[in-house]
Design a protein around this ligand. Structure first.
Ligand code: F6P
Length: 604
């Protein structure tokens, strides 16, 4: 038995209280109000500064919205707002086949006018322009935010620090087209001469969620699935060895290419999984250099890291520090796995869809601008109405992974507590996003959406199915059956059902409170022609820009992610301890609190 010494370190310092959440009980929206300033604490050398008058919440435009909410919106019900036809007809916009109906938001035409005023006060147009021209708007990392350049048309000019990044972007895309064509045609073969049929993409977070969303969406697209034939694309993201087993057990390494995707090439999960798959390949084919050369490629900004790992530069498809991880699906990160599976043309259509939405975002007036409208509605719901959660319901199974991707794009971007100036925000920012395809979600959490908390919803529907089926004897096609729900749910949430309506149905008095729906629950409906590579590109850019618009209004940095660092650093300490105790019989050090030390002791 090993001897371990554990010391308890405890602190009686109270936690800093930054906000109080106030709101009447009984389901009324919660309101977040500024509470005590953060106490100066010697353990946090640079605490955020207290709220200042630089905050957007101190502008007359913000105050006008608060007054409007109190006087107009609080006393109104969506049932009545929807019945106002001129208002309801006005709250609609479309672009390139994408329709946005936001009549079921708790807004009037005046609310929208006031939100446009707020956008101007926050210098939204100026910030959008700065982003598009490659200014270093990610100031805490001193980087430009140029994911739109990844889908610009070939030949466009976009100079950053004296370099035309369009030439770089298309240089890599052209290489990807050549490489993926060679693999798909059988010209590039495995080390033992077998044709490559399988791809395992190793990556996590932004180096996984975007490509996985596109892969799932294209799996059942007619053209894309024809192009995929009998190929297999898998994603290994979790460092859990169980994920390795699930992804490799039925694949032949001799027919498999491993794509290691990591912007930094320092992410532990990805490096461990990449090594595990390198061993998997070598265990099957030996240690000859061709094994890694023919079976492992990488997408990264870190050429040193990739070559240290053993991947030669001609097998690395780079991208750049001006592409944030969660915004990287249009770079080699998405291009390589998607083009290997579905052909480069499919990926190009995805880029075209995103480009169409980028151009719309940059040029359309606020009143007609889909990402701006959705962003402003997000700010309205979160910061004024106090709805801190938001749900996304795509009415197609093909968008199964879209909510998870949006979750990272939005929560990693806007989960912040200070403005760009370092001021502590005194208004709520950053929604909790979740979602599930319809109609599955209806049979899972919709009960809460209808009768529990108010959660603003995005409904995404398609006019045509990827797989149209008409069952004989059924009144409508299977797709119509699905879409009937896409239309019904937003109205059920908005209108609810009154006690009188329940009585008219003959409900007993005891049951009335249980079957009454309060309604007044906001949603937007997006309707698109069909789920394919192009519309996925449009949706991707729409949601990326919604997040950016919200961040621009809140004046936070939507493009850094310092919040994920602390846990990573603490994991290093734990990893070292596990190694020391397990393999060198060293006691658990003094630097863990008693709770962690107890569990660690039990684990070891
Ligand atoms: O989770 C933090 C994060 O840095 C994400 O922003 C990023 O998408 C992910 O890790 C993966 O990072 P990398 O691509 O560098 O491996």
């Amino acid at each position: 038995p090993q001897t371990r010494r554990v010391r308890c370190t405890s602190s009686s310092r109270p936690l800093p209280r930054r906000w109080a959440v106030a709101g009447p009980a009984g389901g009324a929206p919660l309101r977040m109000v500024a509470a005590e300033p953060v106490p100066s604490d010697s353990s946090s050398p640079n605490p955020p500064t207290p709220p200042s008058t630089r905050l957007i919440s101190h502008t007359p435009e913000w105050a006008a919205l608060l007054a409007h909410k109190r006087d107009v919106i609080d006393p109104s019900h969506l049932r009545d707002l929807l019945a106002d036809e001129p208002r309801t007809m006005a709250l609609y916009a479309e672009h390139d086949g994408v329709s946005l109906d936001y009549a079921r938001q708790r807004v009037t035409i005046d609310t929208m006018r006031l939100l446009f005023d707020l956008a101007k006060a926050a210098n939204l147009p100026g910030k959008m322009a700065a982003m598009a021209r490659g200014d270093r708007i990610n100031s805490t990392e001193d980087r430009a935010v140029l994911h739109m350049a990844l889908r610009a048309a070939k030949g466009d000019t976009l100079m950053v620090d004296g370099v035309n990044v369009n030439a770089d972007v298309w240089g890599v895309l052209d290489r990807i087209r050549t490489f993926t064509d060679r693999v798909r045609s059988g010209e590039h073969r495995g080390a033992t001469g077998k044709v490559i049929k399988n791809v395992i993409a190793v990556g996590i977070g932004g180096s996984y969620l975007g490509p996985d969303f596109v892969h799932e969406a294209l799996k059942t697209d007619r053209d894309a699935s024809k192009a995929a034939g009998n190929r297999t694309l898998r994603f290994l993201s979790n460092v859990d060895p169980v994920d390795v087993l699930r992804n490799t057990r039925d694949l032949d390494p001799e027919e498999t290419v491993v794509v290691v995707i990591s912007k930094t090439f320092t992410t532990r999960e990805t490096k461990v999984n990449a090594k595990t798959l390198r061993d998997w390949l070598r265990n099957s084919m030996g240690r000859a250099p061709e094994v890694v050369a023919q079976h492992m490629v990488a997408c990264s900004t870190n050429m040193e890291g990739t070559s240290e790992f053993g991947i030669s530069p001609e097998n690395v498809f780079p991208f750049w520090d001006w592409v944030g991880g969660r915004f990287s699906v249009c770079s080699s990160v998405g291009a390589l796995p998607i083009a290997l599976q579905y052909g480069f043309d499919s990926f190009e259509r995805f880029l075209e869809g995103a480009r169409s939405m980028d151009q719309h975002w940059q040029t359309a007036s606020m009143e007609r601008n889909l990402p701006i409208l959705m962003g402003l509605l997000g700010v309205w719901n979160m910061s004024f109405l106090g709805y801190s959660t938001r749900a996304l319901h795509p009415y197609t199974e093909a968008l199964l992974k879209f909510p998870a991707h949006v979750q990272q794009v939005d929560m990693e971007s806007n989960g912040k507590h200070v403005t760009l100036d370092g001021d502590l925000v005194d208004y709520p920012v950053g929604e909790v996003d979740f979602g599930e395809p319809g109609t599955n979600g209806q049979h899972s959490f919709f009960q809460l959406l209808h009768m529990g908390q108010t959660v603003p919803c995005d409904f995404i529907g398609f006019m045509e199915s990827q797989n149209p089926i008409c069952e004989e004897g059924e009144p409508v096609s299977n797709h119509d059956e699905l879409v009937a729900n896409f239309f019904a749910q937003p109205d059920a949430l908005a209108n609810g059902k009154t006690a009188e309506e329940c009585r008219a149905e003959g409900r007993s008095e005891e049951l009335i409170p249980h079957v009454t729906f309060l309604g007044n629950r906001p949603s937007v409906s997006l309707l698109l022609p069909i789920c394919n590579a192009y519309s996925c590109g449009q949706l991707l850019a729409l949601y990326e820009h919604r997040t950016a618009v919200e961040g621009f209004i809140w004046n936070i940095n939507s493009f850094d992610q310092w919040g994920v660092e602390l846990g990573k650093v603490l994991a290093i300490k734990v990893r070292q301890q596990i190694n020391q105790t397990r393999y060198h019989n060293r006691p658990i050090k003094e630097s863990f609190n008693v709770s962690t030390a107890r569990l660690l002791d039990r684990f070891l």
